[in-house]
Write a protein that binds this ligand. Structure first.
Ligand SMILES: NC(=O)c1ccc[n+]([C@@H]2O[C@H](COP(=O)([O-])OP(=O)(O)OC[C@H]3O[C@@H](n4cnc5c(N)ncnc54)[C@H](O)[C@@H]3O)[C@@H](O)[C@H]2O)c1
Length: 306
């Protein structure tokens, strides 16, 4: 066992499988006491079972670590609260929460139903809010803590997962809001956009050239949860979005205005039509340029091996 997280208490949602499981095991191996949350559902969110969370707790205990299972649904306020309450009653504090849980319901926007939209947004976006909400109240009192959300490169847009993409974009804004609102209480918030071989990525309808293992993602999360997560200037890292894809780590840009123009007098549609294209212009969307390649890969049924 290492000691990167010695003495810390960390709660991980979606910790029964895939990336969440790797994060829970890595955190425990580095000395953290871990709350293992997993609702134990299928990839679309159905048929819950508590065995999935229990299994990872057994693995941690067998390796000499300390962990407790919570099999609640994190899309409910009670579920998010129970995770944090369990950390407090079992281990006395909560130093980090990592919101990894997620589901997929893929459909083209023009065919997407409310039953495909609501649970996906509820699991990812509300499921990050419920845990951040409960944890941040405790961390504010403690004067320290780390919140980590899980987003995706898909926050840039998605052909057939508008629900998932919208939720993942929302998570970035939630993380940045948490970083801003909690900075004065010593609490940090960051997001991770992983690319790793799991049952979820096995269904991605395109060839992924850069992909790694859940353990790579767990290493980044362990670092971000630790006291070593400090920038070159000595400031604690907060408000950032990192991609980890096998050997690659990348930081995403902060959203900012690219170019601006100013009217003389007030704007009219005619004035804008004359002015906008040649001055403010557009910012080309990289994913639009990849549509053809993505369609080809989907037709060829290229899938990363899970
Ligand atoms: N695997 C990738 O390459 C990839 C890429 C981009 C983003 N992500 C994100 O990383 C995270 C983990 O993905 P993964 O590939 O390990 O998926 P996974 O399907 O292997 O694991 C997700 C886990 O979340 C649990 N879960 C689902 N709904 C829940 C709920 N309401 N409450 C509690 N637990 C719930 C599931 O039971 C499952 O064990 C997700 O947020 C996903 O969107 C993954």
């Amino acid at each position: 066992m290492g000691n990167f997280l010695a003495g810390k208490v960390v709660a991980v949602t979606g910790a029964g499988r895939g990336i969440g499981r790797a994060v829970a095991l890595a955190a425990a191996a580095e000395g953290a006491k871990v709350v293992v949350n997993d609702y134990g559902v299928g990839i679309g969110g159905g048929e819950p079972t508590s065995e999935v969370a229990d299994g990872v707790v057994k693995e941690i205990v067998a390796a000499g670590g300390e962990a407790v299972a919570v099999a609640d649904d994190i899309s409910t306020m009670a579920g998010g609260q129970r995770i944090v309450d369990t950390a407090l009653t079992r281990f006395g504090r909560v130093d980090g929460v990592v919101c990894v849980a997620g589901i997929l319901r893929e459909r083209m926007l023009f065919n997407m139903s409310e039953e495909e939209w609501d649970p996906v947004v509820a699991t990812h976006l509300k499921g990050t809010f419920t845990v951040f909400r409960a944890a941040s109240a405790v961390m504010r009192r403690q004067g320290c803590g780390t919140l980590i959300g899980f987003t995706s490169g898909n926050h840039q847009g998605s052909v057939a997962q508008a629900n998932y993409s919208a939720a993942k974009g929302g998570i970035i804004s939630l993380v940045r809001s948490a970083a801003l609102g909690l900075a004065k209480y010593g609490v940090t918030a960051n997001a991770v956009a992983p690319v790793a071989r799991t049952r979820m990525s096995a269904g991605v309808p395109m060839e992924l050239k850069e992909i790694g293992e859940p353990e790579d993602v767990a290493a980044l999360v362990t670092y971000l949860l630790s006291d070593k997560a400090v920038a070159v200037g000595g400031e604690r890292i907060t408000g950032q979005v990192y991609t980890i894809a096998g050997p690659k780590i990348a930081v995403w840009a902060q959203p900012r205005e690219l170019r601006a123009g100013y009217a003389e007098g007030s704007w009219t549609p005619e004035k804008i039509a004359d002015f906008l294209p040649g001055t403010v212009g557009t910012d080309p969307m990289p994913m639009l340029a990849q549509l053809e390649a993505m369609a080809k890969a989907a037709a060829a049924k290229d899938r990363p091996n899970a």
